[in-house]
Design a protein around this ligand. Structure first.
Ligand SMILES: [Zn+2]
Length: 214
């Protein structure tokens, strides 16, 4: 019996180790990003819609990791915490989503203005988590994804992915439906708690062309 338990524990540890292992270098490919022209156009778009930002220098930070065409958002109209470098196209999609989907949905469906967005980060040199198959760099490795953990409303309510994504409150459920649907139109990849256990506490929003919405 003791042997069986030990074997089980070892198997569990091995399985755990597979998903939680720190980022391994992936087969090296040169860091590609948007062209200088695309980034310039995107930054002009951000300026035009009144977003304040600081352009960050391009740099490779590790195998398959780095910043190309990124900015630090300073002011988008509503406070967002925990954001560092964000690739411009991702920033543009994110600002559009917050302003035109999340803020109106908060006001119209939940009855209170959006006061703050609780992000769980943008740039991180790491692999994807919770997905089967060979290790692969996350969109966060090139600052092309933002994780959102929840929102704070002006009336003080906090709506979080972890505790409220499967809320039985019809208004809260309608709020998530509205902003998830909008996110899937604006981002190439949207991952929610409906995707896998690694996304129980946040929405992953990535500006790629995968057309993957969960
Ligand atoms: Zn993510």
């Amino acid at each position: 019996m003791r042997i069986i338990v030990s074997v089980l524990v070892l198997a569990l540890l091995a399985a755990y180790g597979r998903t939680e292992r720190p980022a391994q270098p992936t087969p090296s490919r040169p860091l590609v990003g948007p062209s200088v022209r695309e980034t310039a156009q995107c930054l002009a778009d951000l300026r035009e819609i009144g977003v304040a930002y600081r352009v960050l220098p391009d740099k490779e930070t590790g195998p398959g990791c780095g910043l190309v065409g990124t900015a630090q958002l300073v002011e988008i109209g509503v406070p967002v915490n925990n954001l560092t470098a964000v690739r411009c196209g991702e920033a543009r999609a994110f600002v559009g989503w917050i302003r035109n989907a999340v803020a109106p949905a908060a006001y119209q469906i939940l009855g209170s203005e959006l006061a703050r967005v609780d992000s769980m980060g943008s740039y991180a040199c790491r692999n994807t988590v919770g997905t089967a198959g060979p290790a692969r760099r996350s969109g966060h490795a090139i600052a092309n994804a933002i994780d959102v953990g929840g929102f704070v409303l002006k009336d003080g309510r906090r709506i979080s992915v972890l505790t409220d994504y499967r809320s039985v409150d019809p208004q809260v459920a309608a709020f998530w439906r509205a902003i998830h649907t909008s996110a899937c139109k604006r981002f190439g990849t949207v991952l929610s708690p409906d995707y896998n256990a690694a996304h129980q506490n946040h929405l992953h929003l990535e500006d790629d062309s995968a057309n993957f919405c969960r």
